[in-house]
Design a protein around this ligand. Structure first.
Ligand code: COA
Length: 181
């Protein structure tokens, strides 16, 4: 899957040739990503990035979602995924992260719009979730901006290093989706 978001920005499913770029992105943003996400604590070498990509390709082949790199011209600046596809219930969850120096330009909101379109129109799913730590305001703004409904708080739903984090759960149904938002 490869989609142009605008003339300079595109999303593209990770493949093994992206391992070096992914590792560099994580190295350069270790503290930034690590404030809310656990994967930087498990990514120490380019082989770890490579293993992550191999795992996502396997899941993708099994029809269980995928992770795309976010490319600004030739630079990998972030990632966005549609994960945990449940075919029985026709649901998935979106996750994302962006290099600190590119925040505040609407990059993730715009990439989310492309993924939402892909999930509803091409995968034919009917519900998308986004789960965010209650204090991660910048991330909460994204589902709120895109018309997701805040449905509740999942208590201690995700393990994070040495503790469990609560998650605010946002949901968007296909019939609620407004591509103009
Ligand atoms: C959370 C995170 C992904 C946000 O990325 P982002 O690209 O800055 O988010 P958005 O796409 O919502 O951008 C919003 C900002 O761009 C501005 N913007 C400019 N053009 C825009 C457009 N076309 N659409 C939307 N917002 C736009 C908004 O006004 C807003 O500015 P502000 O931050 O000054 O209020 C990023 O901060 C990050 O990776 N954080 C660390 C990891 C993380 O928390 N991941 C999520 C875990 S749940």
């Amino acid at each position: 899957m490869r989609r142009s978001v605008d003339e300079k920005l595109r999303i593209e499913l990770f493949n093994p040739s992206h391992s070096d770029d992914l590792f560099k992105l994580i190295q350069a943003n270790r503290d930034h990503f690590g404030e809310w996400l656990e994967f930087p604590y498990h990514t120490h070498t380019v082989n770890d990035a490579s293993a992550f990509i191999a795992g996502t390709i396997q899941k993708q082949a099994a029809g269980n979602g995928g992770w795309c790199g976010i490319w600004l011209e030739d630079q990998l600046v972030g990632a966005i995924g549609f994960v945990h596809i449940n075919r029985m219930d026709q649901t998935t969850e979106i996750g994302y992260y962006l290099a600190q120096e590119y925040e505040g330009q609407g990059i993730i909101s715009r990439c989310c719009r492309e993924i939402i379109k892909y999930v509803f129109e091409e995968l034919g799913l009917h519900r998308i979730e986004i789960r965010v730590h209650p204090d991660n305001t910048r991330s909460r703004n994204i589902p709120e901006r895109l018309g997701f409904v805040q449905e509740g708080i999942l208590r201690q739903a995700e393990r994070f290093v040495d503790r469990y984090m609560d998650k605010v759960i946002y949901g968007l149904l296909k019939e609620e989706w407004n591509p103009g938002l």
